[in-house]
Design a protein around this ligand. Structure first.
Ligand SMILES: Cc1ncc(COP(=O)(O)O)c(C=O)c1O
Length: 385
């Protein structure tokens, strides 16, 4: 197997080899003191990174599992929920909520546009029966960043409404303050901003959401957070089922590194990489799909040049340069490709990716000469060093 693939995808991301190797630690039984300490320390570190003093649980799942847990634990069939759709992952919340027989009120934005707090306030005023709002922090399909601050402010004033934020691709990569933003349920997963292999979901819960959960019969068993609450309260904090023990070792190693570097400095690093990539895209005569006021630093969604299928660009990047970038998703699958600027990556990886992309675009007939993209990126890096 070729070990030398550079993952420039928005999850899983490139991770450091010592984080991977930490997962090769001899297994510890999940009822042992050693595992209990590892598990509790992961939770405490994540609470600091989420900036919450409330509750946080870990699940053995990907991000979709904690999306499901957020719905199953806080709503009953027939409850009304406002789902903000700024792309495919907003739509996924609609699908999950419908599977749990909720009354979904979707608020859809054209792809590439961000959500606006004033629209959400209007919907809440119009529908006093709404009991929750879901928002996608970083919409991975469209490259849109949705600011939770003004949304949290208006939901805080409504005691019967809880605010669910999908941070699967955003937490650890974009500045976030759960308690400061009045988020009630904040979800994420190990394999994006937390720089670890896939396998662990994260779900943090405010007092307001906890009170809601206590009054709600969970529709499901595995993700019933009441099991998690009980097990975490044991003298040796535990996990209700068999956890992803090896991934927990890797996650712990990654969290130690993230805290040592500081989340703010990691976010600034990603911002710089994203600024460099955005400059390169424009210098290559390409267009960024996402609206200028909505662009996230997690990834850049790029329109393929007319007549060149994005899947061809993605395939050439992989076959010729061992660089994995992503195709589009949903309704824009046939027109865009996506490059992430998160993970254990730096300027060298960005320069290699953009240089390779220029060679691919030259081969496919879009560019007459290569080098303008890299030059624009180097200019950004040189001026922000
Ligand atoms: C914003 C967002 N939410 C949810 C998910 C679903 O996560 P998973 O694929 O880990 O189930 C993803 C995955 O890319 C995502 O980017």
């Amino acid at each position: 197997m070729d070990q030398n693939i550079l993952l420039m995808t928005p999850g899983p991301v490139t991770i450091e080899s010592d984080v991977l190797l930490a997962g090769a630690h001899p297994l510890r039984h999940h009822r042992s003191r050693e595992f209990g300490q590892l598990y509790s320390d992961c939770i405490e570190r994540l609470k600091r990174i989420f900036r919450t003093q409330q509750r946080l649980y870990l699940t053995t799942s990907s991000g979709t599992g904690v999306m499901e847990a957020a719905i199953a634990n806080h709503f009953s069939p027939g409850d009304s929920i406002l789902i903000i759709e700024t792309g495919k992952f907003g739509e996924r919340f609609t699908e999950i909520a419908r599977a749990f027989k909720l009354n979904v009120i979707p608020l859809k934005y054209p792809w590439g546009h961000r959500a606006r707090a004033e629209d959400i306030a209007r919907e809440l005023d119009r529908n006093p029966l709404i009991r929750g709002v879901t928002v996608t922090f970083n919409e991975t399909s469209t490259g849109v960043y949705n600011d939770p601050t003004p949304i949290g402010k208006l939901i805080k004033e409504r005691p019967d409404v809880i605010f669910i934020l999908d941070g699967v691709s955003g937490f650890g990569a974009l500045p976030f303050d759960m308690d400061g933003c009045n988020v009630d349920v904040a979800i994420s997963a190990s394999h994006k901003g937390f720089l670890s292999p896939p396998g662990i979901g994260m779900i943090a819960q405010s007092d307001k959401a906890f009170a809601r959960m206590e009054k709600t019969e969970c529709h499901g068993y595995y993700f019933d957070l009441k099991h998690y609450v009980r097990n975490q309260a044991l003298p040796l904090p535990g996990y209700p089922w068999t956890p992803a023990i090896s991934v927990m070792f890797s996650l712990h190693s990654a969290l130690e590194k993230i805290e040592a570097k500081g989340v703010d400095s990691i976010c600034s690093h990603y911002h710089r990489l994203a600024e460099g990539l955005r400059a390169a895209v424009e210098a290559m005569g390409l267009r960024i799909f996402t609206q200028p006021d909505a662009r996230s630093d997690v990834l850049t969604v790029i329109e393929a040049p007319p007549g060149i299928p994005p899947s061809k660009i993605v395939k050439e990047m992989y076959d010729s340069y061992s660089i994995m970038i992503a195709t589009g998703q949903g309704e824009i699958t046939g027109s865009v490709f996506r490059i992430a600027t998160i993970g254990a990556i730096g300027e060298r990886d960005m320069i290699g990716t953009v240089g390779s992309l220029e060679l691919v675009l030259r081969k496919l007939g879009h560019l007459k000469e290569a080098g303008h993209g890299v030059a624009a990126m180097l200019d950004v890096f040189a001026h922000s060093a």
